[in-house]
Design a binder for this molecule. Structure first.
Ligand code: ATR
Length: 289
């Protein structure tokens, strides 16, 4: 695709960013649809974020993504926030509407689309979510906004516990979903919640490379074949949790398509067009790459 005098700039802010699959995915999609856009990576630390955003706004960039740990700071730099970004208090996608910066969070949307893509419908059902970090928060809020009936959040009593308390309260105040918070060490509650849930989602980083041998559940005794088991981790493609669940007869899926669909939603917000999902999947999201 040629860069012209009309090319609209999009990109990724964060540090590090050079490993990201986003430029490949977006530039390929722009090319396939013949859109005069370009996506670049900018290595920007949180201390330079305000300057970078000021520059992008001045230059008339169409929009950008940002990665951790900039997502919370990006919230404060936007002029307005989508309802989900407001509740999550983190922004991963900005749209520049003639100098007005609108902050969105497409991570939760990406997860909910990946549930559909895997062939499941969890609207009106109960969900158990492990973790209350950045990714889990986005998933919890979007699941509640989309109509999941009840959400059981399990987190350890550590760094993010206070945040988890606020998250549960935000969901109960702003949505019709009934959210409850439990200590991850509370095995009796986990057993009860998993019996009543349609889906279990591991939103923690436990089991991610290079710690593939770790598993967020100590054994498979709480899993049952009617439970969908998903992991937001995509490296490795099959975590110990997913291996254990498959052996128990549970349907499973990993975090690969959450990554794809959070990008697809950002693409839609910037261009007004649907990302050519099948072509992008084939190019960058096959089970082995
Ligand atoms: P991300 O942006 O990928 O969501 P994060 O915000 O650091 O990353 O969140 C990671 C989540 O995994 C948190 O809920 C974290 O719990 P703490 O805040 O208590 O650390 C959880 N997590 C990480 N390691 C864990 C472990 N060994 N056991 C249980 N939970 C863990």
């Amino acid at each position: 695709m040629e860069i012209t005098g009309h090319t609209k700039l999009t990109g990724l802010l964060g540090s590090p960013v050079s490993h990201s699959i986003s430029p490949l995915m977006h530039n390929k999609a722009f090319e396939l649809l013949g859109l005069d856009y370009s996506y670049l990576c900018f290595n920007v630390g949180v201390d330079s974020l305000a300057d970078a955003v000021h520059g992008l706004r001045t230059l008339g960039a169409r929009g950008w993504n940002c990665t951790m740990p900039d997502k919370q700071r990006m919230c404060e730099l936007c002029d307005s926030l989508s309802p989900a970004a407001q509740m999550i208090r983190a922004v991963n996608t900005v749209v520049n509407e003639n100098g007005i910066l609108i902050g969105h969070n497409t991570d939760g949307i990406g997860y909910m689309m990946s549930v559909k893509e895997a062939g499941f419908d969890i609207i009106g059902k109960e969900m158990t979510l492990l973790g209350a970090g950045g990714a889990s928060t986005a998933i919890a809020v979007q699941a509640a906004l989309d109509g999941v009936k009840a959400l059981n959040i399990f987190n350890r009593r550590g760094r993010s516990w206070e945040h988890a308390v606020k998250l549960t309260d935000t969901i109960n105040t702003n949505t019709s979903c009934r959210a409850s918070l439990y200590d991850l060490a509370d095995a009796a509650s986990l057993e009860k919640c998993l019996r009543e849930s349609s889906i279990l989602t591991n939103g923690t980083s436990v089991g991610m490379a290079p710690h593939e041998s770790e598993c967020i559940l100590s054994d498979d005794s709480l899993l049952h074949p009617e439970l969908i088991v998903s992991d937001i981790i995509y490296n490795p493609r099959k975590t110990r949790l997913l291996q254990m669940a498959q052996a128990k007869g549970c349907p499973t899926f990993n975090g690969l398509y959450m990554l794809l669909f959070q990008g697809a939603e950002a693409f839609r917000l910037w261009t007004g067009k649907e990302m050519p999902i099948n072509a992008i999947k084939q190019a960058y999201f096959t089970p082995s790459n």
